[in-house]
Design a protein around this ligand. Sequence first.
Ligand code: G6P
Length: 610
Amino acid sequence: MCGVVGYIGQENCAPIILNGLKKLEYRGYDSAGLAISETPDVLKIIRAEGKLSNLERIFTQEPFEGSRGLGHIRWATHGAPTEVNAHPHVAGSIVLAHNGIIENYLYLRDKLASEGREFTSATDTEVVAHLIDSELENADDLHHAVRKALSQIEGSYAFVVMSVNEPETLVVARNAAPMVLGRNENAAFAASDIPAVLEHTRKFVFLNDGDTAVLTREKTSIFDAQGLPVDRPEKLIQWDPISAEKQGYKHFMLKEIFEQPTRIIDTLRGRTDLDAGDINLNEVDLDDAFLEQVNKITIIACGTSYYSAMVGKYLIEGHARIPVEVDLASEYRYRNPIVDGKTLCIAISQSGETADTLAALREAKKLGAKTMCICNVIESTIARESDAILYTHAGPEIAVASTKASTTQLVALSMLAIWLGRRKNTMSAEDGRAWIEALRAVPTAIETILNDLDPYKDIAKQFSSAISFLYLGRGAQFPVALEGALKLKEISYIHAEGYASGEMKHGPIALIDENMPIVAIAPNDDVYEKTVSNVMEAKARQGKIIAIVEEGDDNLSRVADVVIEIPTVDQRVQPIITYVAVQLISYFIADFKGTDIDQPRNLAKSVTVE
Ligand code: G6P
């Protein structure tokens, strides 16, 4: 999705903005642009299709300087990803870059056109630039014109705007799209995400929906939706800027796969009480009275987070004995769900900004549910709108395909299941203790997997030219099969389907022949024998079997074409381990094929449109 960086300060800001945009590349984009005030009344703008390197090439050929500017990477929604549709957009004295969707842009465009305004792009953003410019005629200043324009706009937006007539100002507005403000002694920054400017400041302010802000070299003034001055608390970000760098790994995705043992320790840190066999979730604001009466949990999420939610159903229903429904966020709000004050709705989202998940959470809240989120990005919109928050502490995840965020989600869901089970008296202290011990053993088990990558490289060599893969799993390994197939599609562009093993005979079996690789996820669990039978059915039809089994497996490993051995762990934490195995399969196949692993085509990291 789009990313915005704005700067006003003492330094030449083109390198600062271009570097900031680089840190936002993970969001997924297809064109880029930069606008800098060269002198108070001369604005220089360049835009380019495709990667940021194209924009940088144009800039290097004819560099320019200035201490106020804004930059943008665009993920096309209205209009093709061409140079003319790239941001920043200009209207009269206004230059603007925007993330989000203006829903009533056609109405506004017609209205402005009837007043004689001409549009050069197909975007909704250019309409906002014109609207602000037209409001300037009857406004005291740029901020006033922005506020007048906002009262006519419907939709989501986070934008930075400047005017040649006000060389000392940047104006920022936010509604249902991310925007953070930062400041150091020399400058003020606005950005779609923290890593963009983390090397310049650790102090950030998070705007609320409806807020606007005026940034000058000296100060930042924030106004609420009514236009009244307001203080938003400043947060100190502890991350090391280096944690958003590749650190010698070939791709962010590989780095993030390797970070999982450490990140899981971070997720567990301070939250487990082995003696009591319990979890300390004091930070999760759910009171005992509500927990006593809760009779249903609905988990809503998208993409990889949705598959984590499916694993969560097995964990929570199985051990805390509370009915759990899992919904795709994009479906939930349109299906007239049954919700009351005894429903706990949990949104799972790495970014905390996914538009569908946010809309579903709001719907649940409106219908009376208590809301909670399992989120990675602190102070994200979903985190701020939930009644209770459980942060995963996975650190910034840059690769579009989610890895460490999803395994830490599974750890968070496991902790939640223990916590609920202990409070609902469905789990003994002894059981809780055993599960906690199993969770604490997960980082070492993942390290064992990461110590031997040869089987994955071997799979890549043998199967990278396959047209289609089938992933099979049963029980809590069924969502792992779905996640494995999703990962392969996302980064290698090979078609893949995840199926419940027992369901294979009802359809996908028709696809199986000697060209079809089948990833059978079969650790030694309660349904192992059943999974083996299903895999044998596939083998009998000449399918090529890639078996993910526990070390010492003496059954499936005899018939498989390739065997991936994983360490033996408690059944309750097996999905966390098998997640890592399916991540590595897709990573090495994609690497063998040479695809753009960290920024796969058409995908975005943080999907802020519905
Ligand atoms: C996008 C990403 C996926 C992610 C999904 C949900 O589609 O490409 O990797 O799983 O959004 O994102 P969230 O931030 O809500 O977990």
